[in-house]
Design a protein around this ligand. Structure first.
Ligand code: HXC
Length: 261
């Protein structure tokens, strides 16, 4: 598609790249940008040739937050009636293929929350994360209080959200927020994200979607229910062509040619 606030491309086979591109506002996530992001995510999610999606920003900013200038005049009634921020749930609630956040520069407020919503987070050492909403007289509104707390534990999340203090990409790695911390800049970061996305896109789409689904269930269910859920889906995958293809290829010492069915 052709977009105003984002760029889309397929830099590697099976990999859909979405670049937030509103440089004058450090990629502040205004409503029109989010509409485009959701459209691009759905397009890749529905495209059989795509196996993994990357969301990135620029060297300077992944995203400096929700758009403060758009939010400033809102009343309670307006926010409530239009269900402001509801479109932000599209990624977590609807997108089934894995989404990697590649974060360099600022990931503040809603930008941090968007990164936390992704399935895998990679960042540069010098990336700057934070939930500074408290400084604006408000609180995180796109899941930050829940996802950051699950990622770093209650005491640290409470400290971050109540002081509004930033944390670095290096700290994000140490605390388990980021799966990988890259030493260089945006280019080195994207290289690592491409590698992982290409690896994932090289597997059976059916198995990958199931793998994402079961890991996400761990965030919602008790351990016993989660293990049962996993077993149901594990059993179900014996009905996929790719389970036969994968296991037969192993036995025959061949490379599997996935049918994605
Ligand atoms: C709207 C923003 C913005 C934002 C930056 N800009 N962040 N506009 N919303 N979140 C705009 C600035 O107004 C400025 O526009 C331009 O981008 C460049 O920013 P500067 O401040 O001049 O850049 P710099 O001095 O380098 O400082 C970078 C910064 C600072 C430290 C990231 O911009 C900043 O503190 N931004 C706000 C961060 C924040 O509070 N985020 C949380 C938002 S609340 P002009 O026109 O002046 O050039 C939130 C709520 C989420 O996200 C809850 C629901 C999702």
């Amino acid at each position: 598609g052709s977009y105003e606030h984002i760029l889309t491309s397929t830099p590697k086979p099976g990999v859909g790249l979405i670049t937030l591109n509103r440089p004058k506002a450090l990629n502040a996530l205004c409503t029109p940008l989010f509409k485009e992001l959701n459209e691009a995510l759905s397009t890749y999610d529905n495209d059989q040739s795509i196996g993994a999606i990357i969301i990135t920003g620029s060297e300077k900013a992944f995203a400096a937050g929700a758009d403060i200038k758009e939010m400033a005049p809102k009343t309670f009634a307006a926010a409530y009636n239009e269900n402001f921020i509801a479109p932000w749930s599209h990624l977590a609630n609807t997108i089934r293929k894995p989404v990697i956040a590649a974060v360099s520069g600022y990931a503040l407020g809603g930008g941090c929350e968007l990164a936390l919503m992704c399935d895998i987070l990679y960042c540069t050492e010098k990336a700057t994360f934070g939930q500074p909403e408290i400084k604006l007289g408000t609180i995180p509104g796109a899941g930050g209080s829940q996802r950051l707390t699950r990622a770093v534990g209650k005491s640290k999340a409470m400290e971050l959200i109540l002081t509004g203090k930033n944390f670095s990409g290096k700290e994000a790695g140490e605390w388990g927020v980021a799966a990988k911390v890259v030493e260089g800049g945006q280019e080195a970061l994207l290289e690592e994200a491409f590698k992982t996305a290409e690896t994932i896109a090289g597997y059976s789409r059916v198995a990958v979607v199931a793998g994402k689904e079961v890991v996400n269930k761990s965030q919602e269910l008790s351990l016993k229910e989660g293990v049962e859920y996993e077993r149901r889906l594990f059993h179900a995958l014996f009905g996929s062509k790719d389970q036969k293809i994968g296991m037969t290829a192993f036995a025959e010492k061949k490379k599997p040619e996935w049918s994605h069915e």
